[in-house]
Ligand binder design. Structure first.
Ligand code: BGC
Length: 467
């Protein structure tokens, strides 16, 4: 049995029964995705170093981890009561949620989805906030809530510099958003200005958070041991409880607070070059084709928005090497491979079914061998993705030094990918052998979590919730 972590844990998923010559080429082209123990340990060391730098006031060099203070000092008490509004912006759907909290009953939610059109996602910032305010107005109108004073939690899932629990300055857009004149601006103020145009809307924005933090709060509603929130969807990020004495850069008053939620913003891990040593030619190609080139290095290695494209780039290479026969008439622009294709391929034990779906994409001359190669490429890319997330999670578990930690997870990749959870459990156990942990699904964590934060905040002393 191999001593290497990858082979010891998931080696059996890597067997290939295609002809030897082709297997050799496939193994060679995908080889770098199966991280060696030396690479794993180096990533882990670099991550830990970047975390420490990110918490300093004047680091020796700029960390790629923002380590943003969210100013959220505690979990729910369980006694919260009342109606709270939550907004969730991050993906192509914007959600408005009404949360009714009552300690004596289950969480009651009303959710409405609004598709954010491309021209809004890529247009003027003011237009985006007008769009959000219009949706909130129509939600309140529909549920007869106009004129009611409601605390609101805003889940804004982009990197922010938070100067307070209800203030966040956008650092950069990510994923599918690139609105003008928002980077460098305080987003809660932009939302408030847009809401002010609706006279009957009487909401009070009490907190701005991101989805990883929301997921942790939702996790804590489900399981009191939750201390890490993870988003594994279109993008990827995590939040965790950090000890206040380690947050050197928090200069403001924080008497009586031991721990606070830190939003790591690990999607950008490696943007300063610290991960260059493990990037493959395929990662470079995915980056070049992305909306925001040369940013969000870590996220682009595996998150939902990119994983399918990564598989496609490897398949193109294998077509070029004539290992995959497919159909030569299709150009690379004629087809796509998405995160859903990756999940469906790995969810399908029957190679003939995978073949059928390849043929339906236009690869009319694909064979069962081709189907097996596609399955293999999806496996290899998924192993690396789940391992990368696990390396960082294991580092967090070691750093937090708590007896038993629940990691609350949300996001389409985690929910729909048939193997991610299993792979992560294996890898984390291997990398943090003495730590007790469990991964739980905290569904709709981002949105509901924002409502829960609004509930927590209303019971807190606001003077300690600022930079
Ligand atoms: C954003 C994070 C967010 C993550 C998951 C990233 O692109 O920068 O703030 O938490 O996506 O949605």
């Amino acid at each position: 049995m191999s001593k290497e972590i990858v082979y010891r844990n998931v080696g059996e998923d890597l067997c290939l029964s295609i002809p030897k010559e082709n297997a050799k080429i496939v193994t060679f082209v995908t080889g770098e995705f199966l991280l060696t123990d030396a690479v794993i340990h180096r990533i882990s060391a670099v991550f830990e170093e970047e975390m420490v730098l990110g918490l300093k006031i004047q680091p020796e060099r700029q960390s790629s981890l923002q380590m943003a203070n969210t100013f959220i000092p505690k979990h729910l008490s369980g006694n919260e009561k009342g109606q709270y509004l939550a907004l969730d912006l991050g993906g192509t759907n914007f959600r408005v949620i009404l949360l009714k909290l009552d300690p004596s009953s289950d969480l009651d939610c009303v959710v409405k989805y609004y598709i954010v059109p491309e021209e809004v996602r890529l247009g003027e910032g003011e237009l985006l906030f007008k769009f959000l305010a219009d949706c909130i107005f129509s939600f309140l109108d529909e549920f007869n809530l106009l004129g009611q004073n409601l605390p609101l939690g805003f889940c804004f899932s982009f990197p922010m510099i938070q100067t307070g629990i209800d203030e966040g300055i956008l650092v950069t857009w990510t994923k599918t958003f690139k609105c003008k004149n928002v980077v460098g601006h305080e987003v809660v103020q932009m939302l408030k200005s847009a809401l002010a145009k609706h006279k009957d809307v009487d909401v009070e924005v009490v907190a701005v958070i991101n989805d990883a933090t929301g997921t942790m709060m939702m996790g804590s509603y489900l399981d009191k041991r939750s201390a890490i929130g993870l988003i594994l969807g279109t993008g990827c990020n995590a939040s965790y409880f950090e000890r206040v004495e380690r947050i050197e850069k928090w200069k403001g008053k924080h008497t009586g607070i031991d721990e606070v939620v830190v939003d790591i913003e690990w999607g950008a891990f490696g943007d300063n070059g610290v991960l260059d040593f493990m990037k493959t030619e395929f990662d470079e190609l995915v980056d070049h084709g992305s909306l925001l080139v040369k940013s969000f290095t870590f996220e682009k290695l595996f998150a939902g928005k990119y994983i399918g494209e990564l598989v496609k780039q490897i398949l193109l290479k294998l077509i070029e090497r004539k290992v995959l026969v497919f159909n030569s008439k299709l150009t690379s622009n004629d087809w796509t491979f998405t995160a859903a294709d990756v999940s469906n391929t790995l969810d399908e034990p029957d190679l003939h079914k995978i073949l059928e779906s390849l043929r339906s994409k236009g690869f009319v001359s694909a064979s069962v061998h081709d189907a097996e190669i596609v399955h293999h490429v999806c496996t290899v890319v998924s192993i690396r993705g789940s391992l990368l997330v696990s390396i960082c999670l294991a580092s967090l578990l070691r750093r937090m030094n708590k007896d038993d930690v629940t990691i609350a997870v949300d996001g389409s990749l985690f929910k729909l990918h048939p193997k991610y959870k299993k792979y992560m459990e294996l890898f984390i156990r291997e990398l943090a052998p003495n730590k007790k942990f469990q991964l739980i699904l905290a569904e709709d964590g981002s949105g509901k979590g924002a409502g829960l934060v609004a509930a927590v905040v209303t019971s807190l002393d606001k003077s300690v919730l600022h930079a």
